[in-house]
Design a binder for this molecule. Sequence first.
Ligand code: HEC
Ligand code: HEC
Length: 304
Amino acid sequence: MSSFWAAWVIFLVCFNLGVTFFLFLWAPRAKVPTLPDGTTGHVWANGTLREGMAPLPRWWIAISLAGFLAGFTYLALFPGLGNFEGALQWTSRGELAADAKANQALRDAATAGFAERPVEQLATNPKALAMGEVVYRDNCAACHGRTGKGNPALGAPRLDDDDWLYGSSGEAILASVTDGRHGVMPPWGEPLGEEGVVNVAHYVLAFSGATHDATRAAAGKESFATLCAACHGSEGKGNQGVGAPNLSDNTWLYAGDLDGVMQSIRDGRSGSMPAWSARLDPTALRLVAAYAYSLSRGGPAAQR
Ligand code: HEC
Ligand code: HEC
């Protein structure tokens, strides 16, 4: 606050409090002329009512005095007079910082010893899993589903099966969560042409034994070997180094019907998993990774 506004606030507070305090001191002592019959002489309602004089009740004086004392004490202790900080030097910012510190201390005590433990080990610790579940619900469930069933519309994989884009170890899961993942499947509509897309799609469906047209699949074989095998492997088993999904199992990141597979091939796909290192502290990252790990291993979390 500039010193002008500080002075203005001080003036307003002192003026208002001063005037009301003066009235409070003055009113009980004020001499109001009274007539011998005890009234003030004011006549109301066509002469039927006369205004009497009664002293201020004691309870009213006591409550008002207490109110003034509380007000003066407050202004002495807390900020209220312009830039004056008050004797206690209290600030809302300071209180927030103290609360945050106390919360952090509570969390540190609750997670002591979790920070450096391997994800696999944390996944067997019920307390760690319970905390990881809270982090998961708050940050991950929106995309991966409350029970880890995934969301094909976003390309968010299931976390409750044993099919992994980037690896199933605790370290791989922790890396996915910490740094995020960005799967890039280029669009092949142009180089292949619509016929080519249909043929390769049938070839892809053949990997998992899904219904397909064998003639078309045979026609798509060569394109797959030249354009796709580098990432998905010649048998379509995928490649965890680039997050290329296994095409030979019956689990689909996006869709496993002919139309869906054709769309993946024609337009490409690029699922994006945000990096959580900026939002979660290292211990929370480990706890939520342990929770994700346990989901796929039928741990306590997955059975609920
Ligand atoms: C905005 C949606 C979104 C949110 C929120 C999100 N994810 Fe993901 N996650 C994805 C997508 C999409 C992928 C797949 C990335 C790819 O295709 O490369 C993914 C991939 C992963 C993987 C790798 C899976 C595998 O098969 O290798 C893990 C593990 C994972 N997420 C865990 C989490 C956890 C834990 C959280 C919460 C801290 C979280 N995700 C929050 C969208 C999300
Ligand atoms: C540069 C590496 C790369 C190449 C080359 C590539 N893909 Fe992919 N493909 C990926 C990645 C990565 C994904 C996962 C995309 C994501 O995470 O959003 C993917 C996803 C897919 C999917 C969706 C799978 C699902 O579970 O829904 C299909 C189908 C597919 N690719 C087929 C092909 C075909 C057919 C070709 C060749 C014409 C091909 N890919 C070439 C990397 C590649």
